[in-house]
Design a protein around this ligand. Structure first.
Ligand SMILES: Cc1cc2nc3c(=O)[nH]c(=O)nc-3n(C[C@H](O)[C@H](O)[C@H](O)COP(=O)(O)O)c2cc1C
Length: 185
């Protein structure tokens, strides 16, 4: 296997992080990898807000959880009420990922960028987790400004980044290899 294939196979969602911050040079490389993602019509509709202030990260987590508590889905509401849960898993760095509201293909654009971000992080031995719960805090778009998202952008996801504890070796969740593809020759 080459290094790219090994990195793809190695990536796992990390849900526990050391407080140690990731180096700035690694963060720059990770952001650059996100910016190198493909996008519909080369629209590059994304905007990344990188946050390394633990107080703000907790506020964003608490804000999303408050919104989750109001949801009709009991699973979501219970997650929102879980006092122990930090939706970013207290990662030292998070990237809030938004896309222009008038973009042609906003969700594929940001998703491709996030995958690049996570694979770049993995290649640097930095753990990551895609955070769908992030957007709930931003249901009220006036909150975008709190994290420097420009007007006309919508927050879709976030990514948590940081070092996994030495002991933590998450197993890959089982993949349904056989039932999800077909090769026709
Ligand atoms: C759109 C999307 C949203 C996700 N949101 C969350 C989330 O809010 N919290 C979380 O812990 N994991 C989240 N995940 C991670 C998935 O749970 C994870 O990728 C899946 O269980 C497979 O595990 P793996 O990433 O280790 O291969 C999300 C993944 C995607 C693609």
């Amino acid at each position: 296997m080459n290094e790219v294939l090994e990195t793809i196979a190695k990536r796992r969602s990390i849900r526990k992080f050391e407080p140690t911050q990731i180096p700035d040079a690694d963060l720059q490389a990770i952001i650059k990898s996100g910016l190198q993602a493909p996008s519909g019509h080369n629209d590059q509709s994304w905007f990344f807000s990188v946050i390394q202030d633990p107080k703000l990260i907790k506020e964003l987590s608490d804000g999303s959880k408050l919104e989750m508590q109001k949801m009709p889905d009991p699973w979501m509401a219970d997650m929102g009420k879980n006092e122990k849960l930090n939706i970013y898993y207290s990662a030292p760095t998070i990237i809030i990922v938004a896309a222009r509201e008038d973009a042609i293909t906003p969700l594929p654009d940001v998703s491709a960028a996030i995958q690049n971000i996570m694979l770049a992080a993995t290649s640097l031995n930095i753990g990551s987790c895609w955070i769908g719960f992030a957007r709930f805090f931003f249901n009220a778009p006036e909150r975008n400004a709190l994290v420097g998202i420009p007007e006309g952008y919508e927050v879709h996801y976030a990514v948590s980044l940081g070092y996994a504890p030495e002991k933590l070796k998450p197993n890959a969740p089982a993949r349904k290899y056989e039932s999800y593809y077909k090769i026709i020759k």
